[in-house]
Design a protein. Structure first.
Length: 282
């Protein structure tokens, strides 16, 4: 497929009016590799390194491990990522840090483009992050919620689990590792309703929408209790909202896995590249 045709199809299908993001202000040192359109919109085509796309790889973050796998195994391809920067609380106090410039150069040599949908993939759709996580958990979707940068980035769903402990076990089994429960409320899940906000969803504005919808359970990714999140945890404890964290990576991988179906539907070979969760997230 011609690369420009694939980029346009993705733009048309996912980048809706009113969506905003802010990646490039944190990565000016990578400017020589970054498309002018991404510098302006902060979504869509990041690095235009290919004229023809024969296969697509998806990943949550553009980590060095992901880059090295591509460099060693393919060319004339595209990497689809949910984020334009790498996430690791062990290496950066804010979580994100920039892609490796020397590896970007090698991607350019191998004609491997990078395309990023952050807010557009969070926005409610068949492929969105929170819906994909809710689907993996076997929830019945009630409605989208959580207004974020022009999107609706969370979902309210009904679980078959009766207690928060039962739900945590299902969550751990689903993501494939231990999750963290902050038990601020009752064990029994009120009306079987839960809120899901994948990734970095443990924020005051998310909790405020939970309260508006009378939801007492939040399933999210980054849940660690620290200076940054202290206000959110205090609000949750005050209002008896249980929080379960499953890491940034593990809660958003399901959307990137789902995107493989999108690309195969366009006649392209597609593969999700596994990475490792940062357990310090929870």
């Amino acid at each position: 497929m011609k690369a420009k045709d694939l980029y346009k199809r993705l733009d048309d299908d996912f980048i809706k009016p009113g969506l905003t993001d802010d990646w490039f202000q944190y990565m000016p040192e990578l400017g020589e590799y970054i498309c002018d359109s991404f510098k302006e919109k902060n979504m869509g085509l990041v690095c235009d390194f290919a004229e023809t796309i024969n296969e697509v790889y998806t990943a949550v973050f553009p980590s060095e491990g992901v880059f090295k796998k591509l460099i060693n195994s393919t060319e004339n391809a595209m990497l689809f990522v949910h984020h334009a920067s790498i996430w690791d609380l062990r290496k950066s106090p804010v979580g994100f840090y920039n892609m490796n410039a020397s590896l970007l150069e090698k991607l350019r040599e191998k004609r491997i483009s990078i395309y990023c949908l952050h807010v557009p993939l969070d926005n409610f759709s068949d492929y969105s992050t929170s819906k994909s996580l809710a689907d993996a958990l076997g929830l019945e979707i009630v409605k989208p919620f959580v207004k974020y940068r022009g999107s609706l980035s969370g979902v309210i769903g009904k679980t078959k689990c009766k207690t928060i402990e039962e739900l945590q076990k299902v969550y751990s089994d689903t993501v494939g590792h231990e999750t963290k429960l902050y038990k601020y409320g009752d064990s029994v899940i009120k009306d079987n309703n839960v809120g899901v906000c994948a990734g970095g969803g443990n924020n005051v504005f998310v909790v405020e929408e939970l309260l508006e919808n009378d939801i007492k359970v939040l399933i999210t990714g980054v849940s660690v209790k620290n200076d940054h999140s202290a206000e959110t945890h205090a609000l949750e404890e005050k209002n008896k909202i249980n929080v379960i964290g499953g890491t940034h990576y593990s809660t958003e991988k399901f959307a990137c896995i789902a995107m493989c179906k999108y690309f195969t539907g366009l006649g392209l070979k597609a593969e999700f590249i596994k990475d490792s969760p940062c357990m310090e997230d929870i």
